[in-house]
Design a protein around this ligand. Structure first.
Ligand code: UT7
Length: 363
């Protein structure tokens, strides 16, 4: 039997930090409301493109695996925020990292994208079609937000995380998945006008009207991830207690706590970093995985449960068995180019654009 071991991991967080207090300078909100309702204290805002974030996370993952990019057979970039739709953003990553022998594509399952990508990459290896696959989750949701809406615009941040999968004969890597989508509820989380439905000459450039029904998404997130977790544990005949670590999507601390309670998982079995980065969409799970490794919370042979949900409403859960190595083979010293702007300075033109578009609509 062939398996797909995770041999490398890397993350990339842009340096500009946007605190809750920063948001309160232009939104009717407060650190108290955001912290208690979501668990978020700050998030990052990127001065570079999605592909650049993804490329650096990828280079770090390749270094951790001790692999040359030319050895990759496939690059899967899970993103809902490609820099261009044509061509795909994965081709920019291919060019940036030198994955000259790889097939490359973007995968859009919103916040669930990395979990979907891990499943696809693993299947390619297990089928024998590929030997080495790079799976990246990278998003810049703050670019799409409507900064007139205080409920949704405080939740998201930018970031990227990546893993290298390599064929191996020992039982390790992704053991099973349960993926799904509640398409009938797709309208409760949308950035309207972000595709070809957009009127070509509407003059509303830079403004994506966001529909976001927070409470309904919350309920469906708990239900969808709960269903996915039950399904994947059943497939492997595992009891919740047999899971060593839960790496959940970081959307709201209250959602994470609800899931942890259902799994009877104590805090030491749950990775939480939402306070630092907010919801980085497809990047939350690989970033959290990297931090779990960096802080020594993963041991060889551990059974790891990952669960996510997002626009669509997509949902999914996977169980992994970690391989024998929990330290990187080598490290990549490259950094993002420095930024001379604060997160607020990056955001200000978008905030002003949203205000102007809303004022225009009201007249
Ligand atoms: O990855 C998928 C992404 N989506 C999600 O993760 C969303 C899941 N949903 C949530 O996380 C929560 O529903 C939210 C954090 C978005 C909202 O929390 P909530 O506890 O469901 O609040 P709510 O929408 O019921 O609003 C409660 C109050 C309202 O005021 P009134 O009507 O009670 O006077 C809101 O207007 O809180 C108000 N409010 C805010 N106040 C200060 C909403 N957003 C804010 C804000 N600052 N940013």
């Amino acid at each position: 039997m062939r398996y797909a071991n995770i041999t490398g991991w890397g993350k990339c967080l842009p340096p500009s930090v946007l605190s809750n207090e920063d948001l309160a300078t232009f939104l009717d909100t407060s650190d108290e409301w955001i912290s208690t309702r979501t668990g978020i204290k700050e998030r990052r805002i990127s001065h570079v493109s999605t592909a650049e974030l993804a490329s650096l996370a990828a280079k770090r993952a390749l270094a951790a695996a001790g692999l040359d990019a030319a050895e990759l057979g496939m690059v899967i970039l899970a993103t809902a925020c490609p820099d261009t739709l044509i061509p795909n953003a994965a081709s920019a990553v291919q060019a940036n990292i030198g994955a000259v022998n790889a097939a490359v594509f973007d995968l859009n399952a919103a916040c669930t994208g990395f979990v979907y990508g891990l499943s696809v990459g693993t299947a390619m290896i297990r089928s024998g079609a590929m030997k080495k696959v790079l799976v990246i989750g990278a998003d810049r949701i703050p670019y799409f937000l409507d900064y007139n809406q205080r409920d949704v615009s405080v939740l998201f941040g930018d970031g990227a995380g990546a893993v290298v999968l390599e064929a191996c004969d020992e039982e390790c890597g992704l053991l099973a998945e349960k993926l799904g989508c509640d398409g009938e509820a797709r309208d409760i989380l949308t950035a309207r006008d972000s595709g070809t439905v957009r009127e070509r000459f509407s003059g509303a450039d830079g403004f994506f009207e966001v529909n976001f029904e927070g409470q309904e998404i919350f309920k469906r997130a708990v239900r969808g991830m709960g269903q996915a977790i039950t399904g994947v544990l059943e497939k492997l005949a595992l009891e919740p207690e047999q899971i060593d670590l839960l790496v959940p999507h970081q959307a709201n601390i209250r959602i994470i706590d609800t899931l942890a309670k259902r799994l009877k998982a104590p805090p030491e079995k749950v990775i939480v970093n939402i306070e630092k980065y907010g919801n980085t969409s497809a990047a939350t799970v690989p970033i959290a995985l990297c931090e779990a490794l960096e802080t020594g919370r993963i041991k060889p042979g551990d059974k790891i449960l990952m669960a996510a949900f997002g626009a669509g409403l997509t949902w999914g859960a996977v169980v992994l068995k970690w391989g024998s190595r929990v330290t990187p083979v080598s490290e990549c010293s490259e950094e993002l180019p420095p930024s001379d702007r604060t997160a607020l300075e990056i955001l200000t033109p978008w905030v002003n654009g949203c205000r102007a578009a809303a004022a225009k609509k009201a007249t």
